[in-house]
Ligand binder design. Structure first.
Ligand SMILES: Cc1ncc(COP(=O)(O)O)c(C=O)c1O
Length: 356
């Protein structure tokens, strides 16, 4: 009998499990996906409406990506020749992995790291050298410096999802500078953190910094990520690896308008950082929880043996957070997104009702 090779391959893929999306809870307060609700739906709808007016969807968006890249260039203050875009930063990471890595590539990262990245490595059978977080949910720089000599690619999400950890700028620079292979710094949450490494790309050829409009700009549904890298990499990525038309016309036109109004993003980011402090301080009042510092728009805490109960009780109150369970020696990890002041207060009140 003819061997059904494609079904065997399909079975191998299907055994991988894939990226675990959060459960859908209709009408629940959605604090489970690190989205940004501080920027109002009305503001975003106005942007999309104006974006639509500037669009003619009968045509392919010829020249659209180039105009968008000009806007991103202005926003990050880096030449447009060093910028590329993707259908979410997910797609950029995927294209880098599928084209630059193989079974023989050794990728150094943290454990945990961004779940999508880990899943994609599994899909392509790329082995990960993953250094675990310490009990205080911090990473040990000396361990990374030591292991970096054995790796071909360094991938770090800075700040990290799901811990919210970010190395000090000095530590990360030291690591990135000394690394000889390809360095991917994923700054999906960069605006909520202490610094960005984007400017280093001008002097370091092997560095790619990936950013997105999903988090700080509150445009997760628009699916727009971008990267900053040396000119040769950006050119090859955009002309050869990337699809000819990776973004829809509506995405391009709307994102241009969003970037023109980046002060809205900056105000929202400041509010989220202030609220993050309040949420951390309030959660720390409960002995049941161990709450970790965060440089992102979410907070990770260990609710120990109570985590399933806390998660379910919040669902009963129509509040959805992310149930992660075991991370290192922490058995009961939960991750909550920082929402609007009202959303965070509802979450904290529900916790008080449960534990107070
Ligand atoms: C660390 C990290 N990188 C990238 C992404 C994906 O972002 P995008 O919406 O741009 O695909 C996420 C989304 O949760 C993330 O947590």
């Amino acid at each position: 009998m003819k061997r059904n090779w494609f079904d065997e391959k399909r079975k191998r893929f299907s055994a991988l499990g894939g990226y675990q999306k959060p459960d859908i809870h209709q009408d629940a307060l959605k604090l489970d996906s690190n989205e940004n609700y501080v920027i109002s739906k009305q503001f975003q709808n106005d942007i999309i409406l104006s974006g639509r007016k500037n669009s003619d969807v009968r045509e392919y968006p010829l020249g659209g990506v180039e105009r968008l890249i000009q806007m991103i260039s202005k926003f990050v203050n880096i030449p447009s020749s060093m910028i590329g875009v993707g259908n979410g930063s997910d797609q950029i990471l995927d294209l880098i992995l599928s084209n630059f890595a193989s079974k023989q590539t050794r990728i150094l990262t943290s454990k945990p790291t961004f779940g999508f990245f880990e899943e994609r490595c599994k899909l392509y059978s790329i082995p990960l050298m993953a250094i675990p977080f310490l009990d205080n949910m911090k990473l040990d720089i000396t361990e990374f410096l030591k292991q970096s000599k054995n790796a071909d690619i360094l991938y770090l999400d800075s700040p990290n999802n799901p811990t919210g950890f970010q190395f000090s700028k000095n530590d990360l620079q030291k690591l990135v500078e000394s690394f000889e292979g390809l360095v991917i710094i994923d700054e999906a949450y960069g605006e909520f953190g202490d610094y960005s490494l984007a400017k280093r790309v001008k002097t370091q050829e092997n560095l790619i910094v990936v950013q997105t409009l999903s988090k700080s700009f509150g445009l997760a549904g628009l699916r727009l990520g971008y990267f900053i890298a040396n000119k040769n990499f950006a050119e090859t990525f955009m002309n050869i690896l990337q699809y000819p038309y990776p973004l829809s016309t509506i995405t391009i036109e709307s994102a241009i308008l969003a970037l023109e109004k980046s002060n809205i993003m900056k105000n929202a980011t400041s509010q989220i950082k202030a609220e993050r402090k309040r949420v951390i301080e309030t959660l720390r009042k409960y002995d049941t929880f161990e709450v970790f510092d965060s440089k992102a728009n979410f907070v990770l805490f260990d609710a120990h043996g109570a985590y399933k109960r806390v998660y379910s009780a919040l669902i009963e109150q129509s509040i959805s957070i992310r149930k992660l369970g075991k991370i290192g020696n922490h058995e009961g990890c939960l991750r909550v997104t920082i929402g609007t002041k009202e959303m965070n207060s509802k979450f904290l009140l529900a916790i008080r009702d449960l534990l107070g």
